[in-house]
Design a protein around this ligand. Structure first.
Ligand code: HAM
Length: 418
């Protein structure tokens, strides 16, 4: 039996890499004053039908539940966020800075960088329209990737403004019913043959390609670049009007993050969606909002392809997985004594491992090395003393078994401050 196409098993190494990614996501989001929240994995299908746009609706994992409700596994978090904010808005001081880490499901064709489940970090700021907020959010996206050891040589944030495109559609009197479809064509134009895009755009093709050719200039985007320059982060961004975003609800500044080499799919994407909360609450609550999501799949690929980031991950995982103490049971008669002390050491919070059945001493020391233990404690002929071996310096000493946990604590205090 295989997992379903596009679904992953997470073996211990994969889980370690996932936890490493989550830890950095969480750490940097908190540095920016974001607090964590989450929503349900299953939502009414209508939530996405109304708000996310046709592309995502085609990709829903949806079904009818036993209560005859149309439901879908969440493909993204933003509609849930808008629903939650509309319901609980009064309980929080604005602006809200919320982040969330969770799994999402899209019935996409499995390909490099695209699976049918993935994890996302979502960071959103709600209740503030000032451009300073867009700058803060983009800076956060950059700093998250810097925390993995990436530099401006590894990735770029391509920023754009949907208003370039919505103004064009308005000036050409295109009915708003068609906006979503046309914006998606422009969004995909980079990946599609030009002839196909021209065919889909019809008489809009010329003005669209004219804007793409000019590269698009706007004061708003210049201010964003300046704001990032003040923080020393402007080398990480390029203004690029080709970024439109596939989701229907964006209203203003939008951005996507790519690897500099241009080999991979987007690492992250987001932007402003100032009308979504109002639309979802049927006009009851109106609040500006913006955010982005970063996925674990493309990020994982980029980490593995970038030596600095890959080594940083390996080192962090090795440090995280190290155990503190390995107990070598050299004489089976001492097993009960050893177990009593293992219990004491674990109660104090040390990571302790030992052989569950009788094993040769040499093999036990090998296991201690493999597990990255700092200390080995040997229970054998020396009893009532215990032989302590520092596995880094190879120094050995004998200590009395009474008070052994205190001696172990002293050892770790010394090495921690050294
Ligand atoms: P999105 O661009 O659809 O945006 O997804 C964000 C990121 O999730 C992508 O850049 C990509 O890394 C990852 N991702 C998306 N689909 C897949 C997939 N099938 N397999 C692997 N990774 C994937 C959103 O979802 C918006 N809701 C983001 C947002 C938050 N906007 C405002 N706030």
């Amino acid at each position: 039996m295989q997992p379903l196409p596009g679904f992953r098993d997470f073996l211990p190494n994969d889980c370690a890499a996932r936890n490493y990614i989550f830890a950095r996501w969480r750490d940097v989001a908190r540095r920016y004053g974001f607090v964590e929240w989450d929503g349900p994995l299953l939502e009414p299908t209508d939530l996405y039908r109304k708000k996310s746009g046709a592309e995502i609706v085609d990709q829903l994992f949806n079904f009818i539940d036993k209560g005859e409700r149309e439901v879908a596994l969440r493909p993204e978090l933003t509609p849930t966020l808008a629903r939650v904010i509309a319901a609980h808005e009064r309980e929080f001081k604005k602006p809200l800075k919320w982040f969330s880490i969770g799994q999402f499901f899209r019935y996409e064709k499995q390909q490099r960088g695209r699976l049918r489940e993935h994890f996302q970090l979502n960071c959103d700021i709600v209740g503030e329209a000032a451009l300073a907020t867009d700058i803060e959010l983009i800076a956060l996206g950059i700093d998250i990737l810097r925390a993995f050891g990436f530099t401006e040589k590894d990735f770029v944030v391509r920023i754009s403004d949907r208003e370039f495109w919505t103004e064009l559609l308005r000036s050409k009197n295109v009915s708003t019913d068609r906006w979503d479809e046309l914006l998606q064509v422009i969004d995909k134009s980079e990946r599609e043959p030009r002839a196909k895009t021209i065919e889909k755009l019809g008489n809009l093709a010329d003005p669209v390609f004219a804007i793409l050719g000019e590269g698009g200039k706007s004061e708003k985007l210049e201010q964003i670049v300046d704001g990032l320059h003040t923080r020393g982060l402007s080398d990480y961004v390029d203004v690029d009007v080709r970024i439109v975003r596939g989701l229907a609800y964006y209203t203003g500044v939008v951005f996507e993050v790519f690897d500099r080499a241009g080999k991979l799919r987007a690492i992250a994407g987001g932007g402003r969606y100032d009308n979504l909360i109002e639309q979802l609450s049927d006009g009851a609550i109106s609040m500006p909002a913006l955010g982005f999501a970063m996925g674990d799949v493309v990020l994982g690929e980029l980490i593995n392809e970038t030596p600095r980031a890959r080594d940083a991950m390996k080192e962090a995982i090795a440090a995280e997985h190290k155990i503190d103490v390995y107990i070598v049971i050299a004489k089976e008669q001492r097993r009960a004594d050893a177990l009593a002390q293992i219990q004491q050491l674990r109660d104090r919070g040390y990571r302790v491992n030992y052989p569950l059945t009788a094993e040769k001493v040499g093999k036990q020391f090998q296991t201690a090395e493999d597990l990255g233990a700092s200390l080995a404690l040997l229970y054998g002929d020396e009893w009532p003393q215990v032989k302590v071996k520092n596995l880094t310096t190879r120094e050995e000493s004998l200590i009395a078994h009474q008070g052994l946990p205190d001696n172990v604590a002293k050892f770790f205090n010394v090495t921690a401050s050294a």
